[in-house]
Design a protein around this ligand. Structure first.
Ligand code: SF4
Length: 350
């Protein structure tokens, strides 16, 4: 059975036409899927009865199952989702001042093997389909609707489990579906894809114009990156920066670099100087994320004064550097750390 939420608009159109219906019917079905969050083909009442019957013979609508919801005191909501084959992923809703941001996973597990990340420790299991990635948005939006929350789900960040650019084709299909005017209709300015750096897809993603980019750097030198991000370091830092110099950007735009601060590992003033040197070749801003201590991982957050000194060292050299507040945003921003959080609560799903 085809899962309708796995189809691109074009694929849905092809399916509808193959069932003997005119192409415009696809637009109606698409609206039911994405705008109305419909989960039952029979409920698509403004389409013809014949189409509904034929569609139900070959297709279904299957969202990821919500296995568990955890609500943090600061309003962050974490979903443990079970996929069709029993695998689990997590997705997080983060409250901001006037909206929610959803942090989405792109793979079950991850091949990058970052030493500070519980997802990295579990290794790679499989890519998520477009429907599974989009299903996270459907689940999160439905949750807010059912709770009667007034704030809208406005921003999406692909910073959960997995390396998005290692699931590139499905990622682009997902971004296209998010943009579709008869669907979620979310603009690229409200979507951020976070990557540790995959040479063959970085510039292609930029050329799509479908999202903003955040680069998970976490180490200012190749030697340190090889230690704590062995998968990502296969693309040497110098080459990563050279590629990013060609990344398509608007005149006043700057690239965002995420830097997870680990006590005694990458938080010295010398590290700050190396970081300034490295990023002097691109238009950059830096998000400093303080590590969340995670059972089973040999890292600690640096003391607040060291984080401050590091930030000041960057700012003194003209580099914009923001420290993330310690709330749900930290969990989500630290790509993969959200899983660590949930594992701490005994919700690993493995
Ligand atoms: S931090 Fe991100 S890229 Fe690294 S192992 Fe975890 S999920 Fe993968």
């Amino acid at each position: 059975m085809t899962n309708l939420i796995d189809l691109t608009f074009h694929e849905l159109e092809t399916l509808v036409v193959s069932l003997g219906e005119p192409p415009y019917r696809a637009r109606q079905v698409w609206q039911w899927l994405w705008q109305k969050g419909c989960r039952d083909i029979a409920a698509m009442t403004d389409t013809s009865k014949a189409l509904r019957a034929r569609l139900a013979e070959v297709a279904t609508i299957a969202w990821p199952q919500v296995a568990r919801v955890s609500e943090s005191a600061d309003g962050t909501v974490k979903f443990l989702l079970t996929l069709g084959d029993g695998e689990s992923v997590e997705c997080v809703l983060i409250p901001e001042k006037d909206h929610y941001t959803a942090c989405l996973s792109t793979q079950v597990g991850c091949a990058m093997g970052c030493a500070f990340c519980a997802t990295g420790m579990m290794g790679f299991r499989r890519n998520m389909t477009p429907g599974e990635m989009l299903g996270q948005v459907l689940v999160a939006r439905q949750y807010l609707l059912e709770k009667g929350v007034a704030l809208a789900l406005r921003n999406l960040v692909f910073m959960g489990m997995g390396e998005p650019l290692l699931n590139y084709d499905n990622l682009v299909k997902t971004l296209e579906a998010l943009h579709h005017p008869q669907g979620f209709d979310i603009s690229g300015r409200r979507i951020t894809v976070s990557t540790a750096g995959v040479a063959r897809h970085l510039l292609d993603l930029g050329r799509t114009g479908l999202c903003s980019l955040a680069v998970s750097l976490h180490a200012p030198t190749q030697a340190l990156r090889e230690k704590i991000m062995p998968g990502a370091a296969k693309l040497p830092l110098g080459e990563l920066i050279e590629i990013l110099r060609q990344y398509p950007m608007k005149p006043r735009e700057r690239l965002t670099f995420e830097y997870l601060m680990l006590d005694g590992v990458n938080d010295s003033l010398e590290d700050a100087r190396e970081l300034v040197r490295l990023l002097s070749r691109v238009k950059a801003k830096v998000n400093l994320i303080v590590f969340n201590a995670t059972p089973g991982l040999p890292y600690q957050p640096p003391p607040a004064e060291r984080v401050f000194a590091f930030q000041e060292a960057l700012k003194a050299k003209g580099l914009t550097a923001t420290v993330r507040k310690s709330k749900g945003a930290d969990i989500a921003a630290a790509c993969g750390q959200l899983r660590a959080e949930c594992e701490g609560e005994g919700a690993a799903g493995e």
